[in-house]
Design a protein around this ligand. Structure first.
Ligand code: AHM
Ligand code: MG
Length: 334
């Protein structure tokens, strides 16, 4: 069988479907190359001296791992000089990073969570890089934080790279979802799955059950009904998975279906949720929708939410369509 490499996939998307302008293709190739670098660093683990905390906190008050900072630097250094970007934003940086004057500025804005699920790294469980691409609003001369505050349906590309037993890059440019597995001997991402589809029904849910006592009533109702299994109102047994790495949980859902929830809870009621809208929820929501699933904040479609700040948090329910619709209905009815 002929191997289709990431570059060829992008060229064909550009030539045959008109989905990818050349600057966007360059951007995606650069992101993929950066992910290879991050994958190598993650793989080396203790041998590379990269495990453990960096002794600093990010803007959200979370302890930064050494690899959070390394992954952030890899993405910035790879992307700043190519001329395809105007600015970047990251979970690990307080404000936006405008491309320095010494380099040409392009039309695109890149947002990323450089290493999501980094608390899993030291215990050698999967983590990943999540990214989202927007276009700079037309007519703007400089670039400011408010230029990033666009609803998720305006993304022009989104994806993630999961660093697990395999390193797999998952991408959408609005024409379905494709998966590319890293061939380490060749150093290239090879197309291994196209037109990914999520089954509409599922028997598998993912939620951090240790927060149960803090949940809102509709979340309790949904999980309680799942736990009752065959004898309960759902008349089927459910299975539970929680990897504590959104990238890995979403990858499982894209592969075999399921539903993932990180809902608002009473621990910190002023926060809408734990996950960040712009570089975690939006790219994942678009991938999930592109694969036939659904994604809401338990009430509304995530991709329609108007962000008000860069590091905004959001409640997340995503995955198999019928389950997401049910959970959303439980909330709107309550
Ligand atoms: P991070 O971006 O700081 O790694 O946090 C996001 C991660 C998600 O990958 C995962 O779903 C969630 O946090 C796990 O949270 P918890 O430890 O509360 O279960
Ligand atoms: Mg994250």
């Amino acid at each position: 069988m002929k191997k289709i490499l990431f570059t060829r996939y992008l060229v064909e998307q550009q030539r045959d479907h008109g989905h990818i302008p050349s600057q966007l293709r360059l951007l995606l190739e650069v992101v993929a190359r950066a992910c290879k670098g991050i994958s190598q660093a993650v793989n080396k683990g203790a041998l590379g001296g990269v495990l453990g905390t960096a002794g600093s906190e990010n803007v959200q008050g979370e302890v930064q791992k050494k690899l959070d900072i390394i992954a952030n630097e890899v993405l910035i250094e790879a992307n700043e000089w190519g001329g395809h970007l105007a600015a970047m934003a990251s979970e690990e940086m307080d404000g936006i990073y405008v491309v320095p004057n010494r380099y040409p500025q392009g039309e695109y804005l890149l947002l990323f969570d450089p290493l999501d699920g980094s608390s899993n790294i030291d215990v050698t469980v999967s983590s990943g890089t999540i990214f989202s691409v927007l276009t700079r609003p037309e007519g703007a001369s400089g670039v400011e934080e408010k230029d990033f505050l666009q609803p998720g349906h305006q993304q022009v590309a989104a994806g993630y790279c999961v660093y697990g037993p395999q390193t797999t890059l998952v991408l959408t440019v609005g024409d379905g979802v494709a998966m590319f597995t890293l061939d380490r001997e060749q150093g290239s991402f090879v197309l291994t799955e196209e037109n990914v589809r999520i089954p509409e029904d599922t028997k598998e849910f993912a939620i951090n059950m240790s927060n149960m006592r803090h949940w809102d009533q509709p979340v309790k109702r949904y999980i309680d009904e799942c736990l009752q299994g065959k004898e309960g109102p759902r008349s089927k047994d459910f299975n539970m998975r929680w990897i504590a790495s959104m990238v890995a949980d979403v990858h499982r859902i894209l592969t075999r279906g399921g539903v993932f929830m990180y809902p608002w809870d009473k621990r910190e009621p002023e926060k809408a949720g734990k996950l960040r809208l712009m570089y975690e929820a939006n790219p994942m929501a678009w991938l999930i929708e592109q694969a036939g699933g659904a994604a809401t904040n338990a009430r509304q479609r995530i991709l329609d939410l108007q962000p008000t700040k860069l590091h905004e948090r959001v409640s997340v329910v995503l995955g198999s369509k019928n389950e997401v619709e049910r959970i959303t209905r439980y909330h709107t009815e309550a």
